[in-house]
Design a protein around this ligand. Structure first.
Ligand SMILES: *[C@@H]1O[C@H](CO)[C@@H](O)[C@H](O)[C@H]1NC(C)=O
Ligand SMILES: *[C@@H]1O[C@H](CO)[C@@H](O)[C@H](O)[C@H]1NC(C)=O
Ligand SMILES: *[C@@H]1O[C@H](CO)[C@@H](O)[C@H](O)[C@H]1NC(C)=O
Ligand SMILES: *[C@@H]1O[C@H](CO)[C@@H](O)[C@H](O)[C@H]1NC(C)=O
Ligand SMILES: *[C@@H]1O[C@H](CO)[C@@H](O)[C@H](O)[C@H]1NC(C)=O
Ligand SMILES: *[C@@H]1O[C@H](CO)[C@@H](O)[C@H](O)[C@H]1NC(C)=O
Ligand SMILES: *[C@@H]1O[C@H](CO)[C@@H](O)[C@H](O)[C@H]1NC(C)=O
Length: 326
């Protein structure tokens, strides 16, 4: 069961194609949203289309090798740049599955669009005629959050600030590439204790400074978007942040009896755009592939818990920020 809320405050340049989480099974990648930029199209059977399809298949191949890869295909003016990024806490198999699905879906749903991005819970895939690898962008972004309140919700803001400020500092001061850190702690407060699991990740193309900027934006967005959810995940084009709280000793509360009716957004009048990247046109270097970081594995428990208590029993909501007024 999912609810979709859109926040659109100014003219949009993207169409939104939504699919509802409830129709997916647990083993499939969970689609969040797709943005096809309708302002620039190419024509069928053009070189751009051939390059786009070649690019996507090259990303599919790379997805069995690591959590991130970028690629550039074709010569100007038909150059296509693309990338995928998997969450650092997914298994190699689900990363590869997710990228396989995403590269097919993005071409199917954004058939003739020059630029598009697709978000899944486990990965994102993107292509564009403009080089974007080291550019900081914060939109379009998407938040997936639980409709259940966090324990000790009146102090969640402080807890988020506390924990994530450390993680953000650590991820951008370490030499980890790709930037990925996760943490698991017990929060002990007068009102009670709970487990707090968190992760942060930046796209490897970003420098450390912009990794910090991106994650601070993501933290602010999550802290202000939707009350005090017991868990949340935000994906932006360049970074992602996720947390999950769980009360240890007591059984999980019953799920809400029935979810609110699905509310679909009105047909999009308009667009939100990636921040304008510089117009670069470079010769294609070999694709760059990052291997999976050795992680502590603490989040694998979370994923399992999330599947048991989150996906099935808990109502989730999706919030799309197509246009962001920083
Ligand atoms: C691009 O194609 C989309 C449909 O995929 C259409 O809605 C849009 O108007 C087109 N944009 C331009 C600039 O032709
Ligand atoms: C893509 O389009 C197909 C059919 O056009 C539709 O069934 C599917 O839900 C869409 N998927 C996404 C991810 O938007
Ligand atoms: C990308 O496509 C748009 C629209 O066709 C064009 O205005 C822009 O110059 C292109 N950028 C590059 C780097 O090719
Ligand atoms: C951060 O990103 C901006 C925008 O993409 C870029 O101009 C800048 O060089 C990057 N790095 C720093 C340290 O600001
Ligand atoms: C951040 O790094 C410091 C110093 O290495 C370490 O003590 C601390 O536990 C780390 N915090 C997190 C949340 O990773
Ligand atoms: C991949 O991204 C890096 C920046 O992270 C860039 O220097 C490189 O040119 C890109 N590779 C390709 C094949 O586009
Ligand atoms: C958390 O803090 C932000 C401001 O930093 C505020 O807008 C938001 O309402 C706070 N959330 C809660 C649940 O108190």
């Amino acid at each position: 069961m999912a609810r979709i809320i859109t926040t659109l405050s100014t003219p949009l340049f993207f169409f939104f194609l939504f699919s509802l989480l409830s129709h997916q099974t647990i083993s499939q990648p969970e689609h969040l949203t797709t943005f096809c930029n309708p302002s620039d199209n190419f024509t069928q059977t053009s070189s751009y289309e051939a390059n786009r399809d070649l690019l996507l298949s090259s990303l599919r191949v790379s997805s069995s090798l690591g959590t991130y890869s970028n690629a550039t295909v074709g010569r100007s003016p038909n150059t296509v740049h693309g990338m995928f990024l998997c969450r650092g806490d997914t298994t190699a198999a689900s990363c590869s599955d997710c990228v396989q699905t995403a590269t097919i879906e993005i071409a199917t749903n954004c058939t003739l669009n020059k630029e598009a991005v697709i978000y899944y819970e486990e990965c994102m895939v993107r292509y564009s005629n403009v080089s974007f690898f080291s550019v900081l962008e914060v939109r379009p972004s998407i938040v997936l959050y639980s409709l259940r309140s966090a324990p000790n919700s009146n102090t969640l803001n402080e807890t988020l600030a506390d924990k994530f400020n450390q993680l953000i500092l650590n991820v951008s001061s370490s030499s980890l590439v790709p930037y990925f850190l996760e943490d698991q702690e017990l929060v002990t407060q007068a009102e009670g204790s709970y487990k707090f699991e968190s992760m942060v990740q930046c796209s490897p193309g970003l420098d450390r400074f912009n990794c910090t900027v991106c994650l601070r934006f993501a933290l602010l967005r999550v802290s202000t978007c939707c009350g005090s959810p017991s868990s949340a995940l935000i994906f932006t084009p360049k970074c992602l942040l996720r947390y999950q709280t769980s009360v240890l000793s007591s059984p999980p509360p019953l799920p809400p009896s029935s979810p609110p009716p699905l509310s679909l957004p009105p047909p999009p009048p308009s667009p939100a755009l990636f921040l304008p990247p510089p117009g670069l046109s470079q010769p294609p270097p070999p694709p760059l592939v990052f291997t999976r970081p050795q992680s502590s594995g603490s989040f694998s428990n979370v994923i399992k818990g999330n599947q048991i208590f989150g996906r099935i029993a808990m109502t989730m909501a999706v919030l799309v920020f197509a246009l962001v007024n920083l």
